[in-house]
Design a protein around this ligand. Structure first.
Ligand SMILES: [Fe+2]
Ligand SMILES: [Fe+2]
Length: 244
């Protein structure tokens, strides 16, 4: 049987090894001038979403759930710090694109409410949905951009989010060790993912339209990663396979 305590130590060391990465810096480039303002507006919403997350560290620290330890809480703290680094990178993207940061948005508010209302297990499930959304959305945006620092930064975020997906799946796997628990997870996961996808589709429709990101393409990608996450949680031997 897999030793969860070793697993959390490995996650802690993994996040710690990435925590020293400096923030990028860049000058505004002319090639950004032709990009639609809706791109900056869309990234500003994601920037807000990447900024929160403090309470989940406390919950992880004081959780009585099985198979968790201090290393898990430390890994969670480093994970949240990495998300805050994403917020800083997205803030840089927004300013490079000539946009404005925001302090309020209805989808970010929904996301925060969902995280606040519920316990650690459901909170991580909501975070997992955010990872799937981020992996797909950042990737599809990056693909539409000219070769540029912003494109490189978004690709780096995609790679980070893929690790986060793996981290949350490891946690959810420890909490679904019975068939009925896995059935509850699958139902909750499919509903959460569907709602998240619909909400993002509505809130970011302008940027998707302006960047010519086809709705069907993004939907299929979301569903592919959603099924992948489901398999990682419910089938212990499933491995994270990057979708090209
Ligand atoms: Fe992120
Ligand atoms: Fe993430």
């Amino acid at each position: 049987m897999e030793d969860r305590h070793t697993c959390w130590r490995e996650w802690k060391e993994f996040f710690a090894s990435r925590s020293k990465r400096p923030l990028p810096s860049a000058e505004p480039l002319r090639k950004y001038r032709n990009l639609p303002p809706s791109l900056a507006e869309s990234l500003a919403i994601f920037q807000l979403g990447e900024s929160g997350g403090g309470t989940v560290i406390e919950q992880a620290r004081f959780s009585k759930l099985p198979q968790l330890d201090d290393d898990y809480a430390d890994a969670m703290a480093l994970f949240v710090r990495e998300e805050h680094r994403h917020a800083d990178i997205l803030a840089l993207c927004v300013s490079q694109l000539g946009g404005q940061l925001i302090t309020q948005n209805w989808t970010a508010k929904l996301f925060v409410m969902a995280r606040r209302l519920i316990g650690l297990r459901l909170k991580v499930l909501v975070l997992l949905a955010a990872e799937v959304v981020g992996i797909c959305y950042y990737y599809l945006i990056a693909r539409q951009l000219p070769v540029s620092p912003i494109r490189d930064w978004l690709e780096e975020l995609v790679s980070d989010e893929q690790s986060h997906l793996d981290f949350h799946c490891d946690f959810l796997r420890t909490q679904t060790d019975r068939p009925w628990k896995r059935a509850v997870f699958v139902s909750a996961w499919r509903i959460t993912m569907l709602l998240a996808a619909i909400v993002v589709m509505i809130d970011h429709r302008k940027a998707m339209r302006d960047l010519r990101i086809d709705r069907r393409t993004i939907w299929q990608r979301w569903m592919t990663y959603s099924r992948l996450a489901e398999r990682l949680v419910t089938r212990p031997r499933a491995k994270l396979v990057r979708v090209g």
